[in-house]
Write a protein that binds this ligand. Sequence first.
Ligand code: PLP
Length: 379
Amino acid sequence: MAESATVRVAGKAAELRAAGEAIIDWSAGQPDFPSPEVAVEGARRALDEGFTRYTAAAGIPDLRQALADHYSARHGAPWRLDNVLVTVGAKAALFELIMTLIDDGDCVVIPSPCWVSFPEQVRFAGGEPVLVPLSADDGFAIRAEPLIEAIDEATRMVLINSPSNPTGGIVSAPDLRRIVEYCAERGIVVLSDETYERFLYDGGQHASAGGLAAEFPDTVIVVGSFSKTYAMTGWRIGYALASADVIRRAIAVQGHATSNATSFAMRGALAALQGAEPQVERMLAAFARRRELVVRGLESLPGVNCRAPSGAFYAFPHVAAHFRDGEGSLELAERLLDEARVAVVPGVAFDADDHIRISFACSDAELEEGLERLAVAFG
Ligand code: PLP
């Protein structure tokens, strides 16, 4: 398997920082906010109570039920406790679902550019990722027709990530419905990674596949995470929502992989789900401001073309004008780290070599300083 390029760049940036260098780290995909106080308190209480043993592999019932209720209330999903699996981050949910559903030779249609782990997880299961290019001119919107055209008899799954890492592109409700309907007729699963569901801008609304689960209960699967919404990346709590049959099979995989997610972290996640909304809203307001700042700053640089992302917290500018002889995004990213001490993720990691990914999950001051350094590097 290929090493995760995002992890590699973040690692090199961390090394330089440890050596005393003033690095602007735009590579990490994690909110810089503290985890909600209610979550910390919930986990602390769990520890005080000695809630430190194995739990059921699928997770604690209270959290499973709360997630089912949450999706019913928000999206009208028919899910109940046995439709929910709590996992070690969304990453494990995706991995376990792919291991459950994909066999040798099965094809998985994925809009591209896509998150680095999707193709690798599919290959790990013996499947074949079929990457369908999205258009930068269309804001990397996830459209139904190109995905449908890529579907054939070997297709077992369509894997959508809206809002998208790395592009910030989203799927509209009509496109999502078209994809889900088309797939359901053919028994193809739609796995919807909604890790960034709350990060939407300019009044955009999130189209959740959960809203289609009542109509298509056997083929709609949602994956979600506490990492980004609640600034809880290190807690490692995510989840899968699907038919009881799929969840039962995924629990069997999890039972042999991680067993349950961490007991007291689940109690903290439950508290976040129940009580952290005010903090989430404050964080989202900060992200909307930072998005304006970074897009305006990037657009003002010569040879840089950056559309405002519809969602998530990444800018994905076109920077090919700054490639020197024979360079691609990897060499440019290395040069930016070496010369400007700014860490970005090269677009080649996402099959989009003309781009770099800039995470604006950092302070306004760091954004401003990084933009100044880029202005010098690209001047
Ligand atoms: N899905 C996408 C699209 C992501 O960008 C990430 C993390 O960067 C994940 C899933 C994994 O999140 P978690 O921290 O819940 O494992």
